[in-house]
Design a protein around this ligand. Structure first.
Ligand code: ADP
Length: 170
């Protein structure tokens, strides 16, 4: 599996699947979630509402999959990152689960190329260095067969240089 790093906007990525850093309501929010729903249009939200009605939202660390509306991608995987609570709420394991469960859904849906945002490092305030280490380690250690390429899409310079450092070291 190939890992790529770019600095940019995840809604512009031409990949099979985009990962969204959603919240438990699945009804949209700020940050990358807001951007995905804004560009993708109402089709995505409609499917999120259906999932919500069926299973009552999405738990932290878990993931659900929807259509991608107007985005240049086949599917959107919505995963809910943990809100940083000084490491007292099992946040590390929960963030790891976001990557594991997103990959699992991608494999089940035959998505070969994926773009991940820096889950939890915005509004949820997870320390960026630690979040990047978890993201990269979890993706590298995952036993996947269908996913061929993962792109880490960093929106801010700080995340980009953190990822660059970790990826260049290994
Ligand atoms: P969370 O609540 O999980 O912290 P945020 O959306 O606030 O979610 O932030 C997650 C990451 O997504 C942050 O690093 C933020 O800079 C980044 N981000 C915000 N908008 C975009 C976008 N359009 N494309 C890619 N990443 C984005």
């Amino acid at each position: 599996m190939k890992i790529e790093l770019i600095k940019g906007d995840i809604t512009k990525q031409e990949v099979d699947g985009i990962i969204n850093a959603a919240n438990t309501s699945l009804l949209g929010g700020g940050g990358v979630d807001g951007a995905i729903h804004r560009i993708g249009g109402k089709e995505i939200l409609e499917e999120c509402v259906k999932i919500r009605n069926r299973q009552g939202g999405c738990k932290v660390g878990e993931a659900v999959i929807t259509n991608a509306g107007k985005l240049k991608t086949k599917k959107v995987v919505h995963t809910v990152g943990p809100r940083w609570n000084n490491g007292k709420s099992d946040e590390i394991q929960k963030l790891e689960n976001c990557y594991i469960n997103s990959l699992k859904l991608a494999e089940e849906n035959q998505l070969e190329t994926l773009a991940f945002p820096n889950i939890s490092t915005g509004i949820y305030r997870f320390p960026k260095q630690l979040a990047a280490e978890i993201a990269i380690k979890t993706i590298k250690n995952s036993k996947i067969t269908i996913v061929k390429k993962v792109i880490f899409v960093c929106y801010d310079e700080e995340n980009y240089s953190i990822y660059e450092n970790i990826l260049n070291k290994k």
